[in-house]
Design a protein around this ligand. Structure first.
Ligand code: MRU
Length: 343
């Protein structure tokens, strides 16, 4: 496969460049995002998606768009821009973390001195993510052995972050080090990130991957084919309750029943210490068209049939065997173990 990237700052520094993930795996197309509206739309429509990747996009987006703000009321305008980008998707905390970092990097500065500081901060967010993904992947490798069967849900790979990704990072790094994993990728209804993105990424990395319908996971677990479940996360509350792609909770419950370890891969940019527990996490609801029409030639349900389409669910902390971070591996109870690692 040609070298692809998920998100980066353009060479002329005037655009956020992304691969349009809505077209994968059938078409590889890169987009230049140069306005607040374009960045907002790309995040909202999941052209760029995955918690770390949308945080990075918002950081680059604020830098690119800040250059076009007027000098008068510069900081207030920047704040408005940040709030606008944050409103594109509510669940992944990386988005608001990135915007907060960009704002606090330039508090009180005028436009002229703020622009280089914004550049510094957005490239820092990107570089830190690469380092975090690599460290998470190293820790992840200590939890598995050569030949293991791994179940994945959604996409927590390089397409969701800067480089290795979080949940898939261990598998990609393991491949580089000679491990042979057998990965079962949940297709991940309704937007099919597992089918369109995870199986694409792993297949091109030369990793053995088998695509399954989400509801086949339990059968595979009962047959002893799954040694561990690997998922990413969009917001981890202070007590370890974890929001991730809808269906993650079912995977965790299934894993518990079959006595299979369930691992969450989590950069510190996804931990929300201000959020006490999972009840406080806002869950994004999306359009019914994603269930009824999006991937089908003809609608699969009548127009008047009601739909409920939450994009995420919350897995209770007690179902999570470990949370793998860039600073180490945390175990239940997470209120203590997360605090111990991150202060
Ligand atoms: O709706 P998406 O595709 O943005 O959802 C992504 C996920 O749920 C990922 O598992 C999560 O963001 C972690 S990505 C490293």
């Amino acid at each position: 496969m040609d070298k692809i990237f998920t998100v980066r700052l353009s060479e002329d520094k005037n655009a956020v460049e992304i691969i349009d993930q809505t077209l994968l795996p059938n078409e590889i197309k890169f987009l230049r995002l140069e306005t607040p509206e374009a960045v907002f739309e790309a995040i909202k429509e999941l052209r760029v998606r995955g918690a770390p990747a949308i945080g990075i996009s918002a950081g680059f987006g604020m830098y690119v768009c800040a250059k076009k703000l007027s000098e008068n009321n510069f900081y207030d305008e920047l704040k408005k821009l940040g709030l606008y980008l944050v409103s594109s998707r509510p669940t992944a905390v990386n988005l608001s973390h990135a915007v907060e970092r960009m704002l606090s990097a330039v508090k009180g500065a005028d436009k002229k001195s703020a622009i280089p500081l914004l550049y510094e901060e957005c490239t820092k967010i990107y570089d830190e993510d690469r380092q975090m993904c690599r460290a998470i992947s190293e820790y992840g490798l200590t939890l598995v052995k050569d030949g293991d069967g791994i179940l994945t849900h959604c996409n927590a790979g390089a397409l969701a972050a800067s480089e290795y990704g979080t949940g898939l990072g261990t598998l990609l790094l393991g491949k580089e080090k000679g491990y042979n994993f057998h990965v079962f990728s949940d297709e991940t209804r309704p937007l099919l990130q597992g089918a369109r993105l995870t199986s694409f990424e792993l297949n091109h990395a030369g990793i053995d991957v088998t695509l399954i319908c989400d509801n086949a996971a339990s059968l595979l677990m009962s047959q002893g084919k799954i040694n561990a479940c690997f998922v990413g996360c969009d917001r981890v509350a202070a007590n370890g309750d974890t929001a991730n792609k809808i269906g993650t909770r079912s995977v965790a419950i299934n894993a518990k029943f079959h006595n299979i370890p369930f691992y969450v891969f989590c950069p510190s940019s996804t931990i929300d210490f201000n959020c006490e527990n999972g009840d406080k996490i806002v869950i994004e609801e999306r359009d019914s068209g994603e269930i009824k029409t999006k991937f089908f030639e003809k609608p699969v349900a009548e127009n008047e049939v009601k739909c409920f389409n939450p994009a995420f669910d919350v897995t209770p902390a007690e179902l999570i065997t470990a949370i793998v971070t860039e600073k180490g591996i945390c175990r239940y109870p997470y209120t203590n173990s997360l605090k111990k690692l991150f202060g």
